[in-house]
Design a protein around this ligand. Structure first.
Ligand code: JB2
Length: 363
């Protein structure tokens, strides 16, 4: 077992902020995989897993302030291994000694909340404060002009409830795909990070930005779909997918009822197979692959995580496509060709031989 602790980022700086948590409790990580990102006033560091194993007793969440040497989590060889972490020295930012996330602490200050009255376990979260404010019938708008976060109707039965991340063109396609192909699912809302975006998309309310994902998860929403296609910046999809997973969401495969997917196809999670697409025999799709409208993936292809096969692209048999690559509209890839990682094949190309990592193929 290895206990991961907050490092000294700068001399003479004892505190830092957790800006991103990339893993969740119990998740299996590989050696070198980034666990979280920490920020001091002068620098940002990515903390890596020292060895392959399971993340246990994860203590931190986005927005926390922690102290140098505080335990962050343990990485164990098995999920059965006993783990004991000593208490953190983290800031007791609040009177009375309770710990709160940065956002929770800001709300407590803004609305003059008595932190000892906020129902919580462990660290006080933003959601715990909002729930307290709701119960206390405080006028959320009074102290500032900022509108209060809108309440999210999740309903009583959250077992088939799904949240969509993104509110643009791709989200619209994903919404229809769920409405058409996964009638068992209920879309409860959209989160989107854009400033001044719309209030709703095709009748689904936008309930806030990614900061509300943890709240949704806490309220029992287990499923999420990535509604951002980011066709010109495909690596973003990988980041956002990881963000959803690190918040503990399950990301189901979405297959349009008018796509053809042979029974011998295997796939990970979070894949999206659009109307008119064909995924043929013995194909393997990793995670978070988009097989867009009318794309064809012939027999025995292997498509790695986060690949986007855009509309009308055509892969012959036994083609391999590396992680995060994009095959442009109407492009074809010849039998058995290997396309590397982070490749972009622009629209209308015919790829007849292997393509190395990070190459950009233009017509
Ligand atoms: O850096 C970002 C970012 N940039 C854009 N971070 C986060 N978290 N979100 C980002 N977004 C979000 O992507 C916007 O807030 C908005 O929800 C969406 C952009 O919408 P747009 O319609 O421009 O793109 P899209 O990603 O939904 O769809 C593109 O990709 C599809 C595959 C479009 O070009 C479609 O035509 C295409 N079919």
């Amino acid at each position: 077992m290895n206990i991961i602790r907050a490092p000294q980022i700068n001399a003479n700086e004892e505190e830092m902020e957790v800006v991103e948590v990339r893993v969740s409790e119990g998740e299996h990580v590989r050696s070198g995989e980034i666990l979280c990102t920490l920020e001091s006033t002068k620098a940002t560091v990515d903390l890596e897993a020292p060895h392959t194993g399971y993340v246990r007793k994860l203590r931190i969440q986005e927005g926390d302030r922690i102290c140098v040497g505080d335990p962050i989590c343990a990485v164990t060889q098995s999920l059965d291994e006993e783990v004991e972490l000593e208490p953190s020295r983290s800031p007791s930012t609040l009177n009375g000694g309770s710990r709160a996330t940065r956002r929770a602490a800001a709300l407590i200050e803004e609305y003059g909340v008595d932190a000892s009255q906020v129902e919580h376990e462990g660290i006080i979260t933003e959601y715990a404060v909002l729930r307290h404010l709701g119960k206390a019938e405080v006028d959320l708008r009074a102290p500032s002009d900022r509108p209060a976060p809108s309440p999210i109707e999740v309903g009583d039965d959250t077992s088939h409830a799904v949240v969509i991340y993104g509110a643009g063109g791709h989200a619209r396609v994903v919404i229809d795909m769920i409405r058409e192909g996964r009638r068992d699912l209920r879309i409860v809302g959209i989160v989107d990070d854009a400033d001044n975006g719309p209030d709703e998309v095709m009748g689904i309310p936008i309930v806030g930005d990614a900061g509300r994902l943890s709240e949704l998860r806490e309220r029992g929403i287990e499923l999420a779909a990535l509604g951002i296609g980011a066709v010109t910046h495909n690596a973003l999809r990988a980041e956002l997918f990881d963000r959803l997973r690190s918040r503990g969401f399950r990301i189901p495969n979405l297959i349009h009822p008018r796509a053809t997917v042979e029974p011998s196809v295997t796939m990970g999670r979070g894949n999206q197979i659009f109307a008119g697409a064909t995924v043929s025999s013995n194909v393997h799709l990793g995670d978070n692959v988009i097989v867009n409208s009318n794309a064809v993936v012939s027999h025995d292809c292997r498509i790695e995580d986060h690949v986007h096969l855009t509309p009308g692209s055509l892969l012959a048999g036994a083609v391999e496509v590396g992680p995060r690559s994009v095959i442009g509209m109407g492009s074809t890839v010849y039998l058995g060709v290997e396309v590397g990682a982070d490749v972009v094949v622009a629209n209308g190309n015919h790829i007849l031989s292997d393509v190395g990592d990070e190459e950009v193929i233009r017509r």
